[in-house]
Design a protein around this ligand. Structure first.
Ligand SMILES: C[S@@+](CC[C@H](N)C(=O)[O-])C[C@H]1O[C@@H](n2cnc3c(N)ncnc32)[C@H](O)[C@@H]1O
Length: 263
């Protein structure tokens, strides 16, 4: 089969798709906007939560662009088959190298973004990964299903494997949305208040301090006095101490990585 045809909508050129993706194609993207491609058997799962709140607003504003690529289109035969039984036997089905290879070639028709296979075997995604991705042109995420991808397509394209965590999901779509969300919110102009990115968990290798807001008393519980004292220096010191204590209690590995663990 030939590589899938493209269809142009305004400034976006997209793959042929089911109706949900056509809705997204109306969103313009700025030249050079951060670009996420997702090769998936479920393009209708996108934008999903990414279409809501700040990431959705940024998508509408063209601060980033999303191109789900329907793997099924590259399948074979009347049923557009994309998988087959594992060589050597065993349960389940494996996504075929030739089919996924065609989808990747289609994804690379205009530019070659870093290729990532979402996989529980991969390097664990973290805030540093999100920051690195946000500083690049975008990513092409390959979402697996069933038993995953034929190893040859991973080897041939030199695809990096990245995991959302040490658990197994039925498919990579949830992982794709989580990783894209964490990345997009670091792009310039996506969050209204840039300072909130600097303060939050992992930014300085620490977990974030506790947060409070109104009412001043709830179920007999008060906001710590220092936070209502108006003493900005004292607030900053309290928050820092809380961050360090929380990190020491919950994630000593982060402190060890910073080389600041005091024991
Ligand atoms: C049922 S899983 C396959 C698991 C695979 N047989 C294994 O044991 O490593 C199907 C797909 O879900 C996605 N997936 C599952 N867990 C994931 C995780 N923790 N991080 C990223 N992707 C995951 C991957 O794309 C994977 O190909």
């Amino acid at each position: 089969m030939s590589e899938g045809p493209t269809k142009s909508h305004g400034r976006l050129s997209i793959a042929p798709s089911a109706a949900p993706r056509d809705l997204m194609s109306d969103r313009p993207s700025r030249a050079g906007a951060w670009y996420a491609q997702v090769i998936t058997l479920f393009p209708e799962a996108f934008p999903g939560v990414l279409g809501l709140s700040l990431t959705g607003k940024a998508l509408d504003q063209g601060l980033w662009a999303l191109e789900p690529i329907d793997l099924r289109i590259f399948g074979e035969g009347k049923h557009r088959k994309v998988d087959d039984t594992p060589a050597g036997g065993g349960a389940g089905l494996v996504l075929r190298a030739d089919i996924v290879g065609k989808a990747i070639a289609f994804a690379q028709r205009k530019s070659r973004l870093p290729l990532v296979y979402l996989s529980p075997r991969g390097r664990r995604f973290d805030q540093a990964s999100a920051r690195t991705w946000s500083q690049g042109p975008g990513v092409c995420l390959i979402s697996g299903r069933f038993e995953g991808l034929d190893q040859r397509v991973i080897d041939h394209f030199g695809i990096e494997e990245v995991s959302l965590g040490d658990f197994v999901m039925t498919g990579g779509e949830t992982a794709a949305q989580a990783m894209i969300d964490a990345t997009v919110r670091l792009l310039p102009d996506v969050l209204g208040n840039a300072a909130s990115v600097e303060d939050e968990s992992f930014s300085a290798g620490l977990l974030e301090h506790p947060q409070y807001t109104r009412p001043a008393v709830w179920k007999g519980l008060e906001i710590p006095d220092v936070l209502t004292s108006g003493d900005h220096k004292a607030v900053e010191e309290w928050r820092r101490a809380q961050s360090e204590a929380l990190t020491r209690a919950r994630r000593p590995d982060l402190l060890a990585a910073k080389g600041t663990e005091k024991g």
